[in-house]
Design a protein around this ligand. Structure first.
Ligand code: 6PG
Length: 469
């Protein structure tokens, strides 16, 4: 075994880990993998084809000793306790200045804790969000690293080489200290939840309202993907409608149980947004809808109990056209909410995030990549400190062009009993955010009435209380 010769180490040789390490090797860096599972180790060595370029071992000591210093070790293991166990396993063999990178979807406060713990030992710890699924890991993911800026310089050449490229620019950038990388990835996933929910609603509306077939849906989503809605999620949605069921007749999509699972990152986004006091209702709704979908038994019972309105006749082409505009409107609102959360979290946790950079590294490789991100990046670049995308003149135009369609689709869905809570919430959020006066004056009066909670006035300074009875 040659010692100290491999440029990059990776622990966790599942599909993501194996693909990531092969990507590193493809880019001319010698990489060494580690996993407790001998089969996974052997599979990587076999697929790597040349042990000088890609090698692996089940033995942690051999693994660490094979890496050049300062060591650059990435963990692609399940978030949670496993990360701590792996870190403890590595620690006896690490030296000061070594760099450990957690590439999983770890909760950001866990990253802060681990960073502080390893800092005491002179080791740099990075939380780096990696997005793009198994294929992205193999051919170019979007990478969102946070941690010590100087130490990032050491891993930068490798990350820039393996990351997806958008017009030649790598989709990776140093995002900020401590858990900035994991935080940004968490909100990326919140936006992912929102967009996915919105697409399912468009599918439902076209299917029910427009009596649109799977073949037609395939062609509609595919044509949308060629326009302003161009995005990875739109692309894969179009593809899904092509796939036949190999166990029975028809398309596979119709045979899939309508109960959505989740691993928690969307929920964390919502929970943390609540903690920060930043409204992200479309993301909240996307999480709630996964939860509601899981109540299949109750839904079946309730479906049988209540009558649905008769679906009104409508022109399919017109509905499709309006749905496209409404979806574009809701896409913008979802990004606006997620980025608003990032803007606030940046202050709260001292991340110094640059939203223009974040939008840039989301333009390729990641699950929420979309044509729209180019303009989002421009909006934040030209207007530093922009609190919300909706306040950008560039987006005002896009919103004004599409909000009438969103209103029509929402009205149609409400009248016809088609659930579109993602779109409804996006529209209500827009209407509330753009209201100089909301009815919450009444709510303040109620609070003061029953609890003497006091209120402020619009016409003079101070805190007031009234004996209402
Ligand atoms: C990515 C994805 C990925 C995650 C999926 C699934 O960016 O590549 O976000 O990290 O596996 O989002 O998440 P759920 O199981 O919660 O849907």
């Amino acid at each position: 075994m040659q010692q100290n010769t491999y440029d990059f180490g990776l622990v966790g040789l599942g599909v993501m880990g194996r693909n990531f390490i092969l990507n590193v090797a493809d880019n001319g860096f010698k990489a060494f993998g580690n996993d407790l599972d001998e089969e996974k180790v052997n599979a990587l060595v076999k697929e790597g084809g040349d042990t000088v370029k890609v090698n692996a071992s089940t033995n942690t000591e051999i693994f660490v000793a094979s890496l050049s210093k300062p060591r650059k070790i990435m963990l692609l293991v399940p978030a949670g306790k496993v990360v701590d166990i792996v870190i403890e396993g590595l620690l006896p063999f690490l030296d000061k200045e070594d760099i450990v990178i957690d590439g999983g979807n770890s909760f950001f406060t866990d990253t802060d804790r681990r960073e502080a713990y390893l800092k005491e030992k002179g080791i740099h710890f990075f939380g780096a969000g990696v997005s793009g699924g198994a294929k992205g890991a193999r051919i170019g993911p979007s990478i969102m690293p946070g941690g010590n800026r100087k130490a990032y310089g050491v891993v930068k050449p490798i990350f820039e080489a393996v990351a997806a490229k958008f017009k030649g620019e790598p989709c990776v950038a140093y995002l900020g200290p401590k858990s900035a990388g994991n935080y940004v990835k968490m909100v990326h996933n919140g936006i992912e939840y929102g967009l996915m929910q919105l697409i399912t609603e468009a599918y439902d509306l076209l299917k029910k309202g427009g009596k649109t077939s799977n073949e037609e849906l395939q062609s509609i989503f595919s044509s949308w993907n060629k326009g302003r809605l161009q995005s990875f999620l739109m692309e894969i949605t179009a593809d899904i409608f092509k796939v036949d069921d190999d166990l029975s007749d028809g398309k596979l999509v119709d045979k899939i149980l309508d109960k959505a699972k989740q691993k928690g990152t969307g929920k964390w986004t919502s929970q943390n947004a609540m903690d920060l006091g930043i409204p992200v209702p479309t993301i909240d709704m996307a999480v709630s809808m996964r939860e509601l979908s899981a109540l299949k038994k109750e839904r079946i019972e309730a479906d049988a109990m209540y009558n649905k309105p008769e679906l009104s006749n409508n022109a399919k082409e017109e509905l499709t056209k309006k749905m496209e505009a409404a979806l574009y409107f809701a896409y913008i609102i979802t990004y606006a909410q997620g980025l608003h959360q990032l803007e606030d979290a940046s202050k709260e946790y001292s991340y110094s995030l640059e939203l223009a950079t974040i939008a840039k590294i989301w333009r390729a490789g990641c699950i929420i990549r979309a044509g729209l991100l180019e303009d989002i990046s421009i909006a934040f670049k030209t207007n530093k400190g922009l609190p919300n995308l909706l306040l950008s003149p560039l987006f005002k135009k896009k919103i004004e062009e599409t909000v009438p369609a969103a209103r029509e689709i929402v009205a149609y869905a409400a009248t016809n009993g088609i659930p579109m809570p993602g779109l409804f919430s996006a529209l209500s959020y827009f209407d509330a955010y753009t209201s100089a006066r909301l009815p919450l004056n009444l709510l303040q009066a109620q609070r003061d009435y029953f609890g003497s909670h006091t209120y402020e006035r619009v016409d003079r300074e101070g805190i007031f209380h009234t004996e209402w009875e």
